[in-house]
Design a protein around this ligand. Structure first.
Ligand code: PLP
Length: 469
């Protein structure tokens, strides 16, 4: 137990104590007050030692063990951990008013820069929020207000966050079912299918079509060539707003500042989040045109639109201004594009050698490795196929374990497709980091080659315990 030394209230943990909690104390608090299942899972896989230090592409746990980060905070750490330019910028705001009544210069400058950088310089009205999901909610309201229509169309298996409205455009049952009924008048079309999109839009009752230029949580899925251009044309033809969710793809992740630049389209709304705050400040933004913005705001100072308390706060905007500078200076985005090519090429070379890798997908430093269903063999004959099915769902998990425990590399599977392992390092990673990841994956694939039996047996006790927590 933690000895209470707080002079304020008995039992209160002081800040000094909080910064010095050991693994057992931390685990006990997570069990008691946060999510006990997550705490148990981390303990089972031997990952209960907190990660306490971070720099660039690496993090260290409290014992001093170093890990290479190939998860990047789910693409929030495009600049890596604790980038000195972001820390330096925030240091300069120490004496600023963070939440000013009135006109914040930092928000003004950031809105200006985002407008200048926006695709085709066409999106010069900006709305700030704090999370990706909150900005997605705002973009749906924008679409409804701008069109006077109610229906929202999104793509199957897409991910846009977990607030009520963002969840309403997530087709994955497991995420939705406990919270229904969700926001009405939403429907889904298969990603990449322009005919299905046209069918959905041609009733002319759709306010907005929300699409990720690369579907991250569906397994790093790149749409067929020309799809986004067709979507742009269809939305214009039928009077619906095209909303590009670039919360994950934006800010250099795919090798361009915005992923829609690969298709040279200008959406009606572009949603940013995650990496915008340099990996340290929560900030998200919706970029749109004057015309749509006016419709949502109603042209009055007392806007009916969203006005979150921390939206556009000085520190978050300063972190975002510094983030844009780092991204644009020194060729970081072309660097990421080059390393993305290398990563995908190396992964495809591995695929040719390992039948367990069914598919390699992605763009830039946003790559997915989809595993094949394990072949029959031992597993199937032992269990009549049940384990085989289960093991397909857990296959990426086995690789996550092995990469973490043996190779000290951090990653996870994608949220809407657990059979896909993500390879999403910070953009500041090097050629050497990419090769290190590929080598570790190659070794793991070689070890697990025989229909995964080896991997399942190796981690069997962990999987069984993880399934029963
Ligand atoms: N949109 C996309 C494409 C995402 O990947 C995510 C989060 O993973 C979100 C929206 C939601 O962002 P947040 O978790 O900041 O609410």
């Amino acid at each position: 137990m933690i000895t209470a030394t707080s002079p304020l209230v008995p039992d209160l943990i002081t800040l000094d104590q909080a910064l010095e909690l050991d693994s057992a104390q931390n685990l006990a608090l997570h069990r008691r007050h946060l999510n006990p299942r997550i705490a148990a899972l981390f303990e089972i896989i031997g990952a209960e030692t907190p990660l306490t230090r971070a720099e660039g592409c690496h993090v260290w746990d409290a014992r001093g063990v170093r890990y290479l980060d190939f998860l990047s905070g789910f693409a929030a750490l495009n600049l890596g951990h604790n980038h000195p330019a972001i820390d330096g910028a925030l240091e300069r705001t120490r004496d600023c008013c963070n939440l000013v009544e009135g006109l914040s210069p930092a928000a003004a400058a950031l809105a200006h820069n985002l407008a200048v950088l926006s695709p085709g310089r066409g999106l010069d009205r900006v709305f700030f929020a704090n999370s990706g999901a909150e900005a997605i909610d705002a973009s749906l309201k924008l679409a409804r207000a701008a069109t006077g229509r109610s229906r929202i169309v999104a793509c199957e298996r897409g991910f846009h966050g977990r607030t009520m409205a963002a969840l309403s455009i997530n087709s994955t049952r497991a995420f939705r079912e406990k919270f229904e009924p969700l926001v009405p008048h939403t429907s889904f079309v298969p990603y990449g299918d322009a005919d299905a999109l046209e069918q959905a839009l041609k009733q002319r009752d759709v306010a907005g079509f929300v699409v990720e230029p690369v579907q991250g949580e569906a397994g790093m899925v790149v749409p067929p060539p020309g799809y986004l251009r067709q979507a742009r044309a269809l939305c214009s033809r039928y009077g619906s707003l095209l909303i590009a969710d670039e919360v994950q793809t934006g800010l250099g992740r795919t090798g361009r500042l915005f992923a829609v630049e690969h298709d040279d389209i200008v959406p009606d709304a572009l949603v940013l989040g995650k990496a915008l705050g340099g990996g340290v400040m929560p900030i998200s933004a919706v970029l749109t045109s004057e015309e749509h913005w006016k419709a949502a705001h109603g042209g009055t100072p007392r806007s009916p639109f969203q006005t979150p308390t921390f939206g556009g706060n000085t520190r978050a905007c300063v972190a975002a201004l510094a983030t844009l500078e780092v991204l644009l200076q020194g060729g970081l985005i072309p660097h990421a594009a080059g390393l993305g090519e290398l990563l995908l090429t190396r992964l495809r070379e591995l695929q040719a050698k390992h039948p367990l890798m069914a598919e390699v997908s992605g763009r830039g430093l946003m790559a997915g490795i989809r595993f094949a269903a394990p072949a029959g063999g031992v597993i199937s004959s032992m269990t009549g196929g049940v384990l085989q099915r289960l093991s397909h769902d857990f296959i990426a998990g086995l690789f996550v374990l092995e990469l973490r425990q043996t190779h000290r590399i951090l990653t996870l599977s994608t949220l809407n497709d657990p059979t896909v392992l993500r390879a999403q390092p910070p953009l500041v990673c090097t050629h050497g980091h990419v090769e290190e990841f590929v080598r570790a994956l190659d070794q793991t694939l070689t070890e697990f080659r025989d229909s995964l039996s080896a991997g399942l047996l190796k981690h069997w006790h962990l999987l069984v315990r993880a399934l029963t927590v």
